[in-house]
Design a protein around this ligand. Structure first.
Ligand SMILES: Nc1ncnc2c1ncn2[C@@H]1O[C@H](COP(=O)(O)OP(=O)(O)OP(=O)(O)O)[C@@H](O)[C@H]1O
Length: 249
């Protein structure tokens, strides 16, 4: 099995107050995390609010740097891979993505323009994804203020998909999408043969459509299992319990 990411005992501390000398050790966000992501897999990352899911995606995209431990991307120590190269192959779609004032059509073309693709190929690729995700033609000339939150979310995912990255990191990609669009998106992910997809999601039915499920709780890895081996009732109960404990704290 080829692995696209391998994490070995990765921990991440962040300083709550960057100016404070006392808090140099920082606040522990992720603790001693080890797992492997098979190339081409769809991996869900689940866990209670504040479990560290978003920070895990940030680590993989190198928006955050591990405090200790090692991360390997495509069998290479990822700290040795130039950040620009890594981010062109490992694309993160955060919860609050923006179109930066561009029209939908320009936003979808822009990453390909940056990569120097010929105009004809850009047009062809954008049309292909617009069609696959059933983005209506009348959105193409709109800017983000003329789109609903869910419509913008879909366009931001399409903008990442046109790049055909090696790894797609999606933070709550379906939080504002209707059931039909969510299903279409999940079907599309299944068809991506060369792209590994990691999805942070609160909805376990989305996790159940993935190949593997990583469960985090309070910054620790609780399990990394194949979806077909999971007892979903138990997983749900465990997440609910972690949320209740957090509320109590
Ligand atoms: N800028 C920050 N500085 C310090 N701690 C932070 C910062 N942002 C978030 N945290 C803390 O880091 C922990 C992990 O946050 P993270 O956003 O990764 O959680 P999450 O699992 O994605 O949660 P959610 O499901 O609510 O999005 C939380 O306890 C949070 O309070």
């Amino acid at each position: 099995m080829h692995t696209i990411f391998r994490l070995e005992q990765v921990s991440l501390n962040v300083r709550l107050n960057v100016n404070s000398k006392e808090s140099l050790a920082g606040y522990s966000i992720l603790k001693d995390i080890s797992f492997e992501v098979p190339t081409g897999a769809r991996v869900a990352i689940v866990g209670a609010t504040g479990a560290g899911k978003t920070f895990l995606l940030r680590l993989l995209n190198r928006l955050s740097t591990p405090t200790s431990g090692k991360i390997y991307f495509d069998n290479q120590d990822y700290s040795q891979v130039p950040v620009q190269k890594l981010r062109s192959e490992v694309v993160l779609v955060p919860q609050e993505s923006r179109l930066l004032g561009m029209t939908v059509k320009d936003a979808l073309s822009y990453p390909l323009v940056l990569r120097g693709l010929p105009k004809t190929e850009i047009t062809q690729r954008v049309s292909q994804w617009v069609e696959l995700l059933q983005i209506p033609d009348d959105w193409l000339g709109r800017t983000e203020v003329q789109l609903s939150v869910g419509q913008r979310q879909l366009v931001c995912i399409a903008r990442a998909l046109v790049i055909q990255p090696k790894v797609l990191l999606l933070d709550e990609p379906t939080s504002n999408l209707d059931v039909g669009t969510t299903q279409r998106l999940l079907q599309t992910f299944k068809k991506l043969v060369d792209t590994t997809v990691l999805i942070v999601n609160h909805q376990l039915d989305i996790a159940s459509s993935c190949d593997n499920v990583i469960h985090l709780s309070q910054g620790r890895l609780i399990s990394n299992q194949r979806a077909c081996d999971i007892n979903w009732e138990l997983l749900k109960a465990s997440i609910i319990q972690a949320e209740a404990e957090d509320d109590f704290i």
